[in-house]
Design a protein around this ligand. Structure first.
Ligand SMILES: *[C@@H]1O[C@H](CO)[C@@H](O)[C@H](O)[C@H]1NC(C)=O
Ligand SMILES: *[C@@H]1O[C@H](CO)[C@@H](O)[C@H](O)[C@H]1NC(C)=O
Ligand SMILES: *[C@@H]1O[C@H](CO)[C@@H](O)[C@H](O)[C@H]1NC(C)=O
Ligand SMILES: *[C@@H]1O[C@H](CO)[C@@H](O)[C@H](O)[C@H]1NC(C)=O
Ligand SMILES: *[C@@H]1O[C@H](CO)[C@@H](O)[C@H](O)[C@H]1NC(C)=O
Ligand SMILES: *[C@@H]1O[C@H](CO)[C@@H](O)[C@H](O)[C@H]1NC(C)=O
Length: 534
């Protein structure tokens, strides 16, 4: 594991990665379970896992779907054995890892293990897999593990080393029926440099083209009395930049649910659960499972949120608006429902009303809608209100979550178009100027994108984004004729010219030659927009 940014020249990666769809059969839904790291760090041992498993079978976690138990760093001896295999530390695992995996499986859990792609693991003492990849994979699987988190400390060439692993696992899993090895790829975390994200964009494309999970940003804060909210928000802040990569079989991983962290309030812990569920992110708890409180177990086992997390579409909720105190996110669910998630980033309790159009629902539908508050499970009073949904008394750092259903709800992918480097929002104006500005939650920053690729803001719904000889604005009459495509690179490509939408330094928008994940040409678009993975 790691805690600091490692700066790596983006240039070493550029142009190195193609993209493809992962095989959804290996991991159709986001994983749920336990990992020891953020709670116990290198104090790993058999008891932690035996006790966690026993507690999970009785405290409702296993019944709620948490079925994986994953070991993290420091489980091995510091030396490989005489035939080159890693060996577990018998002081920490007196009965051995084969006994442990059989025990966990007998209780209905799936065991997972950790290693590192480099010369030494992040705890520095323990061997990494470099030059032993086949042997280690074979051993882990023979010991009973079906999930491998592969960290990236002490790695020289990330694209090469992780590319090797992606190929190796694809071949390995081919004849393994249902008992495959899930691959959690930590390489993007080593490129998560907010000052220059080009390397991160490229390595995320590589991760998304093969494995099942991308551990894409810094480690979540470990157990301590230090405040934890900034850490949760930092990983949240990276996850909102990764929407385009997620699809059935591949999940962006903003790291563990730290449900018993002393530096988080109950509202903050509940927010993490609500946000991670809205993202269909992995729900891997790193806490002392046997001593979780009633309140902590209550939010971790919230059936409504878990249903959203495990929804078959596994869409990752994306931002429909962002302003100083509020982030509003939405996504669609497999039965046609729409999710609305509202995060109060501010320092005091507040109310907010989200108009229907903001979440891609046309006002004509709103009379027929049912709205359920997923925390209480109750229908809310906003039902049928023509204005939208009002979230009342959302506590500071709290998150409100609503599920909207209606007979034949028709939604259009709607939300902000975000430069994920500058964090500027594409902003429409009454005159149709499309410029880049700080996100402010206005109608000119909420865009709907049709199936054919027309892009219009809810400020000027009859005008569409258009490339006029290199200069991009919105104009009436261009809807239908001016269309864009959305490759997994994050570019927005004008269909007619093949040019890419570009944020200029003066805040204007142009259409220019497409570079290779240039920071003025990579954008987050609303979830539900068809992404081209070819
Ligand atoms: C296992 O680790 C836990 C957490 O660090 C510790 O409390 C416990 O004493 C350890 N058990 C053994 C048998 O070492
Ligand atoms: C080394 O470990 C592997 C995997 O556990 C085992 O199969 C092998 O027999 C061990 N070799 C020696 C020399 O102990
Ligand atoms: C909340 O208060 C802290 C400390 O005064 C401040 O740093 C932070 O910016 C405030 N948050 C918001 C969203 O205003
Ligand atoms: C949910 O609705 C029921 C029935 O109307 C009510 O008794 C209960 O207090 C409500 N729960 C909350 C948390 O609002
Ligand atoms: C893009 O343009 C081509 C011709 O210029 C057209 O055949 C194709 O249907 C267009 N695609 C979209 C999504 O509009
Ligand atoms: C398009 O732009 C180029 C250069 O910016 C200019 O030379 C040309 O006259 C423009 N064409 C039209 C039709 O406006």
């Amino acid at each position: 594991m790691r805690s600091e940014t490692v700066l790596i020249a983006a240039a070493s990666l550029l142009g190195s990665c193609g993209a493809a769809k992962p095989d959804p059969k290996t991991l159709p839904l986001p994983p749920m379970g336990f990992n020891n790291w953020a709670r116990f760090m290198t104090d790993i041992n058999e008891t932690i896992f035996v006790d966690a498993a026993a507690a999970m079978t009785t405290n409702g976690l296993q019944a709620a779907g948490y079925n994986r138990l994953n070991l993290d760093d420091a489980w091995s001896l510091t030396k490989r054995n005489d035939t080159g295999s890693m060996a577990w530390d018998p002081a920490k695992f007196p009965k051995g890892l084969i006994w442990l995996t059989e025990h966990l499986k007998s209780l209905g859990f799936i065991p997972g293990i950790y290693s590192d792609a480099g010369t030494l693991s992040c705890a520095a003492l323990y061997p990494g897999t470099i030059d032993h990849e086949r042997q280690d994979l074979h051993d882990f699987y023979a010991w009973g593990f079906e999930y491998l988190k592969l960290d990236g400390c002490n790695v020289d060439n990330f694209p090469e080393v992780y590319g090797f692993w992606l190929d190796l696992l694809a071949k390995f899993n081919k004849d393994k029926g249902k008992k495959r090895v899930v691959f959690s790829n930590s390489s993007p975390a080593y490129y998560a440099d907010p000052k220059d994200l080009r390397g991160w964009y490229s390595i995320m494309m590589q991760a998304a083209a093969g494995g099942q999970l991308a551990r894409h940003s810094y480690d979540i804060i470990t157990y301590s009395n230090n405040p934890g909210w900034n850490s949760v928000m930092s990983n949240y802040g990276f996850n909102i930049r990764t929407t385009r990569f997620q699809q059935p079989g591949f999940f962006n991983d903003p790291d563990f649910l730290i449900a018993d962290h002393p530096g988080l309030t109950l509202d903050e812990k509940r927010s993490q659960m609500a946000l991670w569920s809205s993202f269909s992110a992995p729900l891997i708890i790193s806490a002392n499972i046997p001593t979780l409180t009633k309140e902590e177990l209550e939010f971790l086992t919230n059936k409504n949120l878990i249903a959203v997390n495990q929804d078959k579409l596994v869409q990752q909720a994306s931002l429909v608006s962002r302003e100083h105190n509020w982030d509003v996110l939405s996504k669609s669910l497999a039965n046609g429902d729409r999710l609305l998630t509202i995060l109060n980033k501010g320092n005091s309790t507040g109310d907010i009303t989200v108009p229907w159009a903001r979440i891609g629902i046309s006002p004509a539908d709103s009379d027929k809608l049912g709205v359920r508050d997923l925390w209480t499970g109750n229908a809310t009073t906003s039902k049928g209100s023509s204005g939208g949904i009002t979230a009342k008394n959302v506590p500071s750092h709290g998150t409100a979550v609503f599920r909207i259903s209606g007979g034949k709800l028709k939604t259009v992918p709607t939300g902000i178009i975000l430069n994920t480097q500058t964090m500027h929002c594409l902003t429409d104006s009454a005159s149709g100027a499309a410029t880049w500005a700080a996100c402010d939650g206005s109608d000119g920053q909420t865009w709907s994108i049709t199936k054919s690729g027309s892009v219009s803001s809810i400020l000027n719904p009859k005008s569409c984004l258009t490339n006029n000889n290199g200069s991009v604005s919105t104009s009436k009459g261009s809807c239908g004729s001016s269309t864009f495509t959305f490759p997994v690179s994050g570019n927005i490509v004008d269909n007619a010219s093949g040019f890419c939408v570009t944020e200029n330094t003066d805040g204007t928008t142009s259409a220019t030659w497409c570079g290779d994940v240039e920071t003025n040409q990579v954008f987050g678009v609303p979830v539900g927009v068809e992404i081209d993975y070819s």
